[in-house]
Each structure stands twice: as structure tokens, then as C-alpha cells.
Design a protein around this ligand. Structure first.
Ligand code: T5A
Length: 228
């Protein structure tokens, strides 16, 4: 594909988030997209949640160790929100203001899916936390990677090796099936922002699908064709 044929938009940076179940390939695909955007000379950073800033990385350790679970679903949600608040204000918003594109591995849809749909935290509480932490900030595009949960969990287990599963990887199969459905619902409810990508193919094929979505939703140009 002729990457340089894409004319980068100017002004504020664009905000693209990646979502999906465990082992769905978010980290792999975010790196591929960053490489592709860098080839268009766009300044791009890759970050993640929970984490992405020094303060939020401390919270990441707390929640993924399972300590947040002991406090109950609402308090655990507050920990994710506190991490997001620091990340948004110290990393994401300043970068966007400077014209940098921000690719983020998980964002507020993770809270909606994991703590809302699966953790039964009421939508009113999640919305209130969101107003405080992210205000009007909304991704320009959210890529939701979709694949059978058994495959995602196998990939995550193979990558983990002999290390113990983290707080959410250790949940049962039904939890992960419900999670997949929660993400499909999020995609269906907000089709302007979200694109559901079939992630059950080799990494390059998945990357091509994501690139088409980026061209369509963010660049608002047709996918560049390979030169003759
Ligand atoms: N969380 C997070 C909440 O509950 N609420 C919140 O608000 C937020 C922000 C974060 C956890 O926190 C929870 C959700 C999560 O449980 P994490 O450690 O950041 O945990 O992990 P995850 O985000 O879940 O991501 P994973 O590390 O599990 O997987 P990825 O990033 O989706 O997948 P990736 O790219 O690392 O790939 C996994 C393996 O599969 C291979 C890779 O090489 C790798 O070995 N792979 C493929 N193999 C075959 N075909 C492909 N297409 C492949 N793509 C990747």
C-alpha cells in the first residue's frame, strides 16, 4: 500500500483507542498502526490504560494485582478512574493539544465493559466518574478487536508462559464470553465512533482491516491503492 499517499490532517492530534478481550491483539495492532502513521510523518505516541503516566502506572500495579477487587466493584472502578484522570491530564490531552496523534491501548470503554456490564457498577456512577476524568474528550475512533474468547485466552496464556494470570485473565470462560458481548454492544450503540474488527486472522490481515477503518473514519479519504 502507498502509505505516503494519505494526506495527514492538520491541527489537533487525533485520538484512537483500542479495545477488546484478553489476548485479542491490541498491543500487536497498536504498534503496527503507529508504524504506519509514523510513515506518513504524523507525530504519534502509543500509550495504555490502566497506566500510561507515572501516577497511573502505580494504580495499574494495584488493580492488576487484584488488590482493588478486595475493595468491591465500585471502589475498584474508582481506582481505574483515578488512573485515567492522571493519564488524561498529564499525557493524552497535552499531546493532542500539540497536534500529536495518541493511540491508546484501552480507555473508557474498558470501564464500561469490565466494571459496568460485567462488574454491575451502575451506568450513573460510571458516567459521573467519566465526566470528572475525561470531560468532553472522546476518541475519534475506537477499534474493537473481536474474536472467539478461547482463542484470545490461548494467545494470552501462550504469551504469559509460566506467570500467573492477572486479575481479569483469571476469570472464568463465561465472564470472557459476556465481555465479548459487552464490546459488541458498545460497537453497535456508537457506530460513528466504533468499528468492530474481526481479529481472528493473521496479524497483517487484521492490520489491513484497521487501516481501512482509520482511512475511512479519521482521514476521511478512500484507502490508498497500491501504485501500479
Ligand atoms: N481494565 C482496564 C478494566 O477492567 N477497566 C479499565 O477501565 C481498564 C482500562 C489490563 C486489564 O485491565 C482491565 C482489562 C484488562 O484485563 P493488560 O495487561 O493491559 O490488562 O492486558 P490487556 O489489555 O487485556 O491485553 P493483553 O495483554 O491480554 O493482550 P492484547 O494486547 O490484546 O494482545 P497482544 O497483542 O499482546 O497479543 C497477545 C499474544 O497473541 C499474539 C501476540 O504475539 C501475543 O503473544 N498475537 C497473535 N497471534 C496470532 N494471530 C494474531 N492475529 C495475533 N495477534 C497477537
Amino acid at each position: 500500500m502507498n502509505e505516503i499517499a494519505v494526506k495527514p490532517p492538520s491541527g489537533r492530534g487525533r485520538f484512537i483507542t483500542f479495545e477488546g478481550g484478553e489476548g485479542s491483539g491490541k498491543s500487536t495492532q497498536i504498534k503496527k498502526l503507529a508504524d504506519r502513521l509514523n510513515a506518513t510523518k504524523l507525530k504519534t505516541i502509543v500509550t495504555r490504560e490502566p497506566g500510561g503516566s507515572p501516577g497511573a502506572e502505580i494504580m495499574r500495579h494495584l488493580v492488576l494485582s487484584g488488590m482493588g477487587k478486595l475493595l468491591g466493584p465500585e471502589a475498584e472502578t474508582l481506582l481505574f478512574a483515578a488512573a485515567r484522570d492522571d493519564h488524561v491530564h498529564t499525557v493524552i490531552q497535552p499531546a493532542l493539544n500539540q497536534g500529536t496523534w495518541v493511540l491508546c491501548d484501552r480507555f473508557s470503554d474498558s470501564t464500561r465493559a469490565y466494571q459496568g456490564s460485567l462488574g454491575s457498577v451502575p451506568a450513573g456512577i460510571i458516567n459521573a466518574m467519566q465526566r470528572v476524568t475525561i470531560g468532553d474528550l472522546k476518541p475519534d475512533l475506537t477499534v474493537i478487536l473481536d474474536l472467539p474468547v478461547e482463542i484470545g485466552l490461548q494467545r494470552a496464556a501462550a504469551r504469559r508462559g509460566s506467570a500467573a494470570p492477572d486479575r481479569f485473565e483469571g476469570e472464568n470462560l463465561q465472564f470472557h464470553r459476556n465481555l465479548r458481548e459487552a464490546y459488541r454492544k458498545i460497537a453497535a450503540e456508537d457506530p460513528k465512533r466504533c468499528v468492530l474488527i474481526d481479529a481472528n486472522s493473521d496479524p497483517d490481515a487484521v492490520a489491513s482491516r484497521i487501516w481501512i477503518a482509520v482511512c475511512d473514519h479519521v482521514f476521511a479519504t478512500p484507502v490508498p491503492v497500491a501504485p501500479a
